[in-house]
Design a protein. Structure first.
Length: 292
């Protein structure tokens, strides 16, 4: 469509009493020119851009995640105290090594007799050096690095900047009474932007966990199920060149980030959104029709 045609369509809409529809480019230009906007408006704009095919679904999710953390605090993402793996300063180096190996983590808060008394942070690599060297440290106290203490109310944008500047990767979260409320790592923040980050210690995903058969003959499918795994499970032939996950494929086919209850039929499969949030599609109900 030419520029003259676009202008003619807008004039026709105005004459009919309708509010002219603005393209995503018009809205970006308006935003850059100083028109008042909100985060919700920006997210809507990005979804329009994704629907037009200019960015992928994964890129959209990361951009939405980056916008979302601006309004989040440490309390929204921290690992609560009950789930923390903390070490006692009274343990021997060998006992600490066993706990480190079992947990699979690389950084640990170390406490005194009182678990609210955080003495510092122990890095697994420092402990390993201390154990293997001759005439090594007599206790874990000699290996500790200073702990960063932060309140639950700290903004995630501010914390991410401080992590980058200080090169710290962990902070201990303190509640209003001065006790330990939990901990937060730079990985926790990045996962809010890019999604789950698995490492060699995380359980590998498998289709028995990502795809679950239901009593009514339908299936519950995790949106992060790789398209290749979906194809193998159901004998499908969906293309995985452009999208890696079944959620990305469905989102692109629908044309916007779907809400719970929306349905889409692709080939012999009916996808119904089981759950979704403001950032991504989470799970799908899938019905499979018999092949012709």
């Amino acid at each position: 469509m030419s520029e003259d045609d676009s202008r003619h369509d807008a004039d026709s809409e105005e004459k009919n009493g309708e509010k002219p529809r603005r393209s995503w480019l018009d809205r970006i230009s308006a935003a850059l020119s100083g028109e008042p906007t909100s985060r919700e408006d920006l997210v809507e704009l990005l979804r329009d851009v994704q629907a037009d095919g200019l960015i992928g679904a994964d890129t959209l999710r990361m951009m939405e995640g980056a916008i979302a953390i601006a309004g989040m605090t440490v309390g929204d993402v921290m690992v609560p105290r009950a789930q923390m793996v903390a070490l006692s300063a009274g343990s021997s180096l060998l006992e600490l090594m066993q706990q480190v190996v079992e947990s699979g983590h690389s950084r640990f808060p170390v406490h005194g007799d009182d678990k609210d008394e955080i003495l510092g942070v122990l890095l697994a690599k420092d402990l390993l050096r201390g154990v293997v060297v001759d005439n090594g440290p007599a206790s874990v106290h000699e290996l500790l690095r200073p702990a960063v203490l932060i309140p639950e109310s700290k903004n995630l944008n501010v914390l991410l900047r401080e992590f980058r500047q200080s090169r710290n990767h962990m902070a201990i979260v303190i509640d209003e009474y001065g006790g330990v409320a939990g901990l937060v790592t730079i990985e926790d923040l990045l996962e809010e932007i890019v999604g789950e980050i698995d490492d060699e210690h995380d359980d590998a995903a498998d289709d028995t966990r990502l795809i679950s058969a239901q009593a009514d003959g339908q299936f519950v499918v995790d949106a992060l199920t790789p398209i290749g795994d979906f194809n193998e499970r159901f004998g499908a032939d969906f293309d995985d060149d452009e999208y890696d996950t079944i959620g990305g494929l469905v989102t692109a086919a629908i044309g916007h980030l779907p809400e719970a209850g929306e349905e889409l039929t692709l080939a012999r499969f009916v996808f119904r959104v089981a759950s979704a949030d403001a950032r991504r599609l989470i799970a799908l109900h899938v019905s499979v029709h018999a092949a012709d």
